[in-house]
Write a protein that binds this ligand. Structure first.
Ligand SMILES: [Mg+2]
Length: 366
């Protein structure tokens, strides 16, 4: 499969509502799309880096720069699936940029082969249960209204973003209003320190599925210490950037659940390695989200269909974030989304919708 060229396309996607986490507020998603062109097929992928380096060191302009300056020039002329990762390995970090490039090449190859990404990864579920991530709100009544809407839509699990000052009260209110049967978890995006352990232990009373990334991304030992002081299972997100990190976290007892985000760990092949490792170690994994458009969402659904993804992920319906998605929208059915079955990621952008949100395109001949 000879690559003719690669397009880097920036799109601006307005969010239906501002999304607030412990590290900031987003009102519009600045997305970098990668399109790999070959004589026989095109492959698409979405880089999940955000506009600013607040979730991780990566940001969209930086991802575009490293792609055009280093990663794309390093691609072999006719890369097989594993050759992309090997070619990019000498460059440190930049996992979201690497993931986008590897995924676009993989998509093109699978389209030529007529195989779906889900089948390639070894998934056999035809639908996956969906959770929703609810941002930090201005008030508890606003939060309860938002959660009520998502529960009515059929979401199988609710995740509340928390930070110091917005933790016990919103969790208590949601528990009291929606009862013990609601699958509920929280995500701190690294907003606490080990000094908060006794405060975080007060969340144990609310029967949470897990607390996600309570401490800093490089505090794996501290997470292991926290795990001895709270009963709520600890899930790591930002701390896990590779299968090696996952092995270290499991060995240390730093977590009992892992949130797998393909962009954060450098792609779907690495995501599958983490899945396999966690499964062999008896840990649950679930698929996180980075406010993806339909391009990234489609690929995440393929991953979430693997058997070790035993908890509902943040693979929400398109309308959770976007009034008009760039692909045909993913619509929740009985709390689930269907796993795409077409070749590759199984979806294509809608040309006129894509053009309407495009800010810039850049063509790189390979
Ligand atoms: Mg998270």
């Amino acid at each position: 499969m000879k690559i003719t060229g690669i397009e880097l396309r920036r799109i601006a996607m307005p969010l239906v509502t501002p999304f607030r986490t412990s590290f900031g507020v987003e009102t519009e998603r600045d997305v970098l799309l990668v399109r790999v062109v070959t004589p026989d097929a095109e492959g698409w992928a979405e880089c999940v880096a955000m506009s600013e380096p607040l979730y991780s060191p990566e940001y969209v302009d930086g991802a575009a720069d490293v792609l055009r300056r280093f990663l794309i020039p390093a691609l072999p002329a006719c890369p097989d699936v594993h050759a992309v990762g090997r070619a990019l390995r000498p460059f440190k970090g930049h996992r979201m940029a690497k993931a986008a490039l590897e995924t676009a090449v993989l998509d093109a190859r699978l389209r030529v082969a007529g195989q779906s990404l889900a089948a390639f990864l070894g998934a056999d579920a035809d639908r996956v249960p969906c959770g929703v991530s609810v941002g930090i709100m201005g008030s508890v009544p606003d939060l309860l209204d938002a959660v009520e809407g998502y529960v009515a839509e059929g979401y199988r699990r609710v995740k509340l973003k928390i930070e110091p000052g917005w933790d016990l009260a919103p969790v208590r209110a949601v528990r009291e209003r929606f009862g013990e049967d609601l699958l509920l978890q929280v995500d701190a995006n690294a907003a606490y320190t080990l000094a908060d352990a006794s405060h975080l232990a007060r969340l144990d009373a609310y029967g949470l599925l897990l607390i996600e990334q309570p401490l800093a991304h490089d505090d794996m030992v501290q997470h292991a210490r926290l795990a001895t002081r709270i009963t709520t299972p600890i899930c790591l997100d930002e701390s896990i950037e590779s299968a090696e990190h996952a092995a270290a976290a499991i060995g240390l007892g730093a977590c009992s659940v892992i949130n797998v985000k393909p962009g954060r760990v450098g792609g779907y092949l690495e995501s599958r390695r983490i899945h396999d490792l966690a499964r062999a170690s008896g840990l649950a994994v679930w698929c996180g989200g980075m406010l993806e458009t339909g391009i990234g969402r489609a690929a995440n659904l393929a991953l979430a269909a693997l058997p070790g993804f035993t908890l509902p992920g943040d693979t929400s319906g398109s309308h959770r974030y976007y009034a008009t998605d760039i692909t045909p929208p993913f619509v929740l059915q009985d709390g689930h989304l269907p796993v795409p079955t077409g070749p590759g990621i199984g979806v294509d952008p809608v040309a006129d919708v894509l053009d309407a949100v495009t800010v810039s395109t850049e063509w790189i001949t390979v």
